[in-house]
Design a protein around this ligand. Sequence first.
Ligand code: 5RP
Length: 267
Amino acid sequence: MDWGMKNRLAQLIQNDGRALFLPIDHGYFQGPTRKLEEPGKTVKPLLPYADAIMLTRGILRSSIDPENTKPIILRVSGGTSMARKEELSHEGITTSVEEAIRLNASAVSLSIFVGSEHEHESLLNLSNLVNECEEYGIPAMAVTAVGVELEKREARHLALACRIAAELGARVVKTYYCKEGFEKVVRGCPVPVVMAGGPKVESELGVFEFVHDGIQKGAIGVNLGRNIWQSDYPVAMIRAIRSIIHENATPKEAHELFNEVKSGKKK
Ligand code: 5RP
């Protein structure tokens, strides 16, 4: 592996082999998502606790101070919207690798839609992106998307999508956690796996439990958005999740930390 690729991966995946990526890219097809209406304001207090942020070039340029030194994972696929849910899998590449280099991105990310109408197109998008990224030493992260078909978040489907993403050259794969068989999803994927959170769930403890379980089963961390920044206590949430990822906290310990930060007992 070339120095540039190794260096960029080292910016993303920390010395302990773990990673906490904070995605704020949702607007690229959802528009002004709840609590992400002003992404710059949402992300500012969370940045110190994230290992990298994932976003589009438009939000990077408009909402993030160029003096920021957190690694950037630039979303480079899109072209669809929630107004045409049946077309969500019909993404193309929206941003060139040259632009990613200009923006000093540490990685790029793109969605693949295995099992959807536009599976073939999205997989070729990934392959073409990897062909270009490898020339410049930029890691491509594949986002195994399910669109609105949340029921696809089960091991057999996720394992299929993750393995294909790795086979096509993704350096990191983002997938969903599933309670049954998640270890098989990770075992079948020869590159690091990070977990997304999906729509916000009611209980904080539920989030801590799934993050903890996913890590025990081999994920290196998360690429988790709504369950952090849609919380009423986003800083407490990200700090608790960070303690699971980087300090091996149990869900109970993470929950205690959440409550301490929430109540102001812990600064
Ligand atoms: C949106 C994405 C998100 O970055 C990913 O789904 C993680 O966010 P969340 O935890 O809110 O699901 O790729 O398409």
